[in-house]
Every structure is written in structure tokens, then in C-alpha cells.
Design a protein. Structure first.
Length: 434
């Protein structure tokens, strides 16, 4: 699976980095802007504007063989006043806005003389404070002062086992420095989905990606250390992610304190493996999650997924998973504890494109570490579009017409809970309007 790391800067030297997965299928599920690695940048403006980036090889997580590595690079410069991008290499507009982000379209370079380094990063922390509370005594003649000192300490460790395999360890984890969530007002009947912003979970988070639909994964890392929006102490854990002999590997295990509504400490564990198959744009994968406490209660989810590039622009995606736990037996051949997702899509902006989707969640499907908006449903989606990329002299950059519809049914009640049909025309002007 191709994954890349974008690095951006501005005229004044502001910078941000992120991750791109799934060959930049869309902004919502493929672009992550909360990752933060080790690098530096400087900008200069004496004779025009220029920028110089210094990115350690250890931050790129590359694979080398006998000192040789092949990497892809895309460089682009956005000029806001002209709504213009200067780009190398030139990437076709066939993919619309996502074209410049796609790792598959990068210019390939062969680097020689690279040797795997194994940097070790230690991040200790210590927090101290004291709280005093003054209360009147029983005779109400004087105040009695209680002093409550608080001391916290912990450690994070990051070590590169190989140039493309990283180990993270944490003890008494502290996330006090994490950016707060954007405030959202929920006017729907569904739970709100908040993205993960804790650095421990972000590096190569795309390896753990197993989404049935947008923002409906069987592994949602915010189930760990957070309960109904309140933090839960994390005693410690380990995380390994990277690539071994063509296999993308992700493993995570974390031990937390008991949440507010339980008396038992919990363990969260995840295993994810996937491998490129058939062609460079296809893969086969497996994932398993397990959530258990010291009282013996548990929830286990496991499943297989595949994305196959059938033709130049046609992709077939199939995902199947099962869950079982307290009071529910493992029934691998039953639809009751199953989650199924099938999708056939022609990924192209210009010309004729289409998408067909079928989805199903059984009555006993309960992913203990996942995020789901609904229960006991099935349904599908169909979408058709036709697009044009205009000539260089046209005021329009591109034009697309589309027709799409979906329906989701609760098969227990037999009622359709959500349905929509939509048709429209999208236009983008060269000056930036749309």
C-alpha cells in the first residue's frame, strides 16, 4: 500500500506535515493532518521566495535493500492570487482535486548509499502541584486546612527496529499537551465522530484502517483512554507499526484504569496485517481486535478485507467482519454477528464514472473497539457521473454532472431509516470559483 508524508511551509516559515493513505481516495478518509514528525524548514526572500526543508531519513520510514531505496516525490507551489499550482511532475486532472496528493503519480527516484539507522527517542514528563482546601471545623470557630500534593511522572519511548518498523512504548501516558477537539453541536440522532489527535496513535495510523463506510471502523483508537468524553488513565502499552518483507504490520496493546462505570481495569489489543496482491494497487488484509477486563468480560472482532484494481480505473473493495463476546458465541458462518461491505467503483473525474455499494450490519454485530452510527441495517448506494476537463483557453477548469441515491433499512423493523436521491452539476473556474 502506498503511503506518503506531505510537508508544507509558507512564506514566513510556518509548517505542517501529515499522512496520505489509500492513494488519496478522498480528503475525509485519506488525508491526516494531525501527525507530527521530526523535521525543519527555513525560508528566504532576498531575491524572490525560496524554501529549504531538512527531513531526516529516519522520519520517512523507507525500505532499503543493499543501500538502495526507491522513493516518489511530488513538489507543488500554490499561488493563491492566481489560483494556480506549479507542479512537478505534471499530474493529470483526471482525478480532480486529489491528483496532486496521490503517491501513485509521484516521480520516482532511486537513492543509493542509504543505510538503516535506528534512532531512539525518549520523552519523559513530570507534573507536580498541590491543592489546599480550607473547611470550617464542627464548632465553626476555625478553619482546618487539608493539603493534597499531586505528582505524576511517565515516559514515552520510540525506537526504530528497522528503517521501516517502529516500536513505541509508553508508561503512565500523559496527553495533556494534545490539541483539544473542535466543538461540535449535534443536531442529529447519531453520535459525533471525533478524529484522533494523540501522537501515540497517529504514526502510520492508516495501517489500522478498516473502514466499512466513512468514519465507521471496527477499530476506533479513541475508545482507548476516553470514556464518554472523560479521560481514563492509561497505565501503559506498546505499539509496533511498519513493513516486514512486503507485509504492512500493525500491533497495539494498551492497559487502562477502570472507567467511571466499571470497577475493572481494561486491556485493548489490535492486530492488523495486509499485503500487496495481484498488482501494486491491490491488497489483501486481516484485522482482529480484543477488549477485555479482569472480570473476564470481553469483546472480540475479526475480519478480512481486500481492494482489487480490476482495470485501469475500476476498483472492487470487499470487507467482512464478525464480532462475539459476553453471552454471544463465535458464529463465523452466520449473518447475525456479521458486518459486510461491497463496493465497485470507477475512480475517475473525466468521462463516465460510477459506484455501487452494498452494506450490512447484523443484529448481533457489536464492535467493542469500533464506531458505528446504526444497528441492524442493510442497504446500498448507486452513483453515476460524467465529467469534462476543459481546454487551456476556457474559463472553466472542469465540469461534472452526477446522479446518485442511497437507502438504508432497519431489517428488524422493516422500515427505511434513511434515503436520498440527488442530481447536480459541479463547475470549477480557473480563478478559483466553484
Amino acid at each position: 500500500m502506498r503511503t506518503d508524508w506531505p510537508f508544507f511551509t509558507t512564506l514566513t516559515g510556518l509548517r505542517w506535515d501529515g499522512t496520505v493513505s489509500n492513494d488519496a481516495l478522498d480528503f475525509e478518509t485519506s488525508i491526516g493532518i494531525d501527525w507530527n514528525t521530526y523535521w525543519d524548514v527555513a525560508t528566504r526572500t532576498p531575491c524572490g521566495w525560496s524554501a529549504e526543508m531538512r527531513i531526516p531519513w529516519s522520519s520517512l520510514r523507507f525500505q532499503e535493500h543493499n543501500g538502495e531505496a526507491i522513493m516518489g516525490i511530488t513538489m507543488w507551489w500554490y499561488i493563491a492570487a492566481k489560483n494556480e499550482q506549479g507542479m512537478y511532475p505534471l499530474i493529470s486532472l483526471n482525478w480532480g482535486e486529489m491528483g496532486p496528493w496521490k503517491p501513485s503519480q509521484m516521480q520516482k527516484y532511486r537513492f543509493n548509499g542509504l543505510r538503516s539507522k535506528k534512532p531512539l527517542y525518549l520523552t519523559p514528563y513530570a507534573l507536580g502541584g498541590v491543592q489546599q482546601t480550607s473547611l470550617l471545623n464542627s464548632d465553626e470557630t476555625a478553619y482546618r486546612t487539608n493539603t493534597d500534593p499531586k505528582i505524576e511522572a511517565g515516559l514515552d519511548l520510540k525506537y526504530s527496529l528497522t528503517s521501516n518498523l517502529t516500536l513505541d512504548l509508553t508508561a503512565n501516558t500523559d496527553f495533556a499537551q494534545v490539541e483539544v477537539d473542535d466543538q461540535q453541536v449535534n443536531l442529529t440522532r447519531f453520535n459525533l465522530f471525533f478524529p484522533e489527535k494523540r501522537q501515540f496513535f497517529l504514526e502510520r495510523a492508516s495501517i489500522f484502517d478498516f473502514q466499512f463506510r466513512r468514519r465507521q471502523p471496527p477499530f476506533y483508537s479513541r475508545r482507548i483512554g476516553i470514556n464518554d468524553g472523560d479521560p481514563v488513565r492509561i497505565y501503559g502499552g506498546a505499539r509496533v507499526q511498519g513493513r516486514i518483507e512486503g507485509h504492512d504490520l500493525g500491533f497495539l496493546t494498551m492497559q487502562t484504569a477502570a472507567p467511571a462505570d466499571s470497577l475493572q481495569s481494561e486491556n485493548f489489543s489490535v492486530l492488523r496485517v495486509r499485503r500487496q496482491a495481484f498488482n501494486p494497487y491491490s491488497y489483501l488484509g486481516f484485522m482482529a481486535t480484543n477488549r477485555t477486563d479482569f472480570d473476564g468480560s470481553f469483546n472480540t472482532t475479526y475480519g478480512f478485507d481486500a481492494t482489487v484494481r480490476v482495470t485501469q480505473d475500476d476498483y472492487l473493495a470487499a470487507k467482512w467482519a464478525q464480532s462475539y463476546g459476553d453471552g454471544l458465541a463465535n458464529k463465523p458462518f452466520s449473518l447475525d454477528p456479521a458486518r459486510i461491505f461491497l463496493n465497485w467503483q470507477k475512480r475517475r473525474f473525466d468521462g463516465f464514472a460510477y459506484e455501487f455499494t452494498y452494506t450490512h450490519a447484523g443484529r448481533d454485530w457489536v464492535p467493542g473497539m469500533g464506531f458505528e452510527l446504526r444497528k441492524t441495517f442493510d442497504g446500498g448506494k448507486a452513483a453515476f457521473s460524467y465529467g469534462w476537463i476543459m481546454g487551456e483557453q476556457a474559463k472553466l477548469l472542469n465540469l461534472r454532472t452526477y446522479l446518485e441515491g442511497f437507502a438504508l433499512r432497519n431489517f428488524v423493523s422493516g422500515k427505511v431509516e434513511s434515503a436520498a436521491i440527488e442530481a447536480g452539476v459541479e463547475m470549477r473556474y480557473r480563478r478559483g470559483g466553484s
